[in-house]
Design a protein around this ligand. Structure first.
Ligand SMILES: C[S@@+](CC[C@H](N)C(=O)[O-])C[C@H]1O[C@@H](n2cnc3c(N)ncnc32)[C@H](O)[C@@H]1O
Length: 186
């Protein structure tokens, strides 16, 4: 696991931050604040700060305690939670924002089931994930070569599903394509 405060990570973060800003700007356009947002998989917490600045009431989570410790030190509102066995049932979030997290969670149908537990009625998920020809060595648990390979979820009605570039989102640097899935709880 990478040290969230290492020099290498610092460089990566500088690259990542404009991409996170463009993802948050898209969320604001589609689902403007106010709203209670779960920022899923916060890593260093930058997105939690951006969502908060945009006007959402936001709580960030991560399965990695080291990231949570780091993000908390930076002053972000974050708590430790594994979405695959979440303790946040009843929090009634309006939106789950998750950038590059879905591919770390398997099986996908169970992931959506857990997400549904923490949402309010007709809550919305906003997920950005890479389109990859094969599983990336390392920590990706699922992979989707094309948009057609993504199963979606029977619990959610699809609102938007496209290449994230089509929504003006700056893609993750090392992926050829990236998907944006927005779904509303049925
Ligand atoms: C590739 S990073 C993405 C970080 C950030 N969202 C971004 O846009 O750069 C994936 C993050 O998801 C977290 N994560 C992976 N599985 C998770 C789970 N089951 N529950 C919560 N967080 C998880 C990882 O610890 C990591 O911080």
């Amino acid at each position: 696991m990478e040290d969230p405060v290492s020099k290498k990570e610092e460089l990566k973060r500088k690259n990542r931050n404009p991409k996170i800003k463009s993802a948050v700007a898209t969320l604001v356009k589609i689902l403007p604040p106010p709203g209670k947002v779960l920022d899923l998989g916060v890593r260093d917490g930058f997105s939690t700060g951006e969502l908060s600045k945009a006007g959402y009431d936001v709580i960030g989570t991560d399965v990695n305690k080291k990231f949570i410790k780091y993000a908390r030190k930076k002053g972000y509102n974050v708590i430790h939670d594994d979405i695959m066995k979440t303790k946040l049932e009843g929090y009634n979030f309006d939106i789950i924002y998750g950038r590059h997290v879905l591919e770390h969670c398997a099986p996908t149908d169970e992931f959506f089931k857990q997400c549904a537990k923490v949402l309010t009625t007709a809550g919305v998920v906003f997920f950005i994930f890479p389109l990859e020809p094969k599983r990336k060595p390392g920590n990706h648990k699922v992979f989707f070569p094309t948009l057609e390979d993504f199963p979606g979820s029977e619990l959610f009605t699809e609102i938007t599903f496209c290449n994230s570039k089509d929504m003006g989102i700056i893609p993750f640097s090392d992926v050829k394509g990236e998907a944006l899935y927005i779904g509303k709880l049925k």
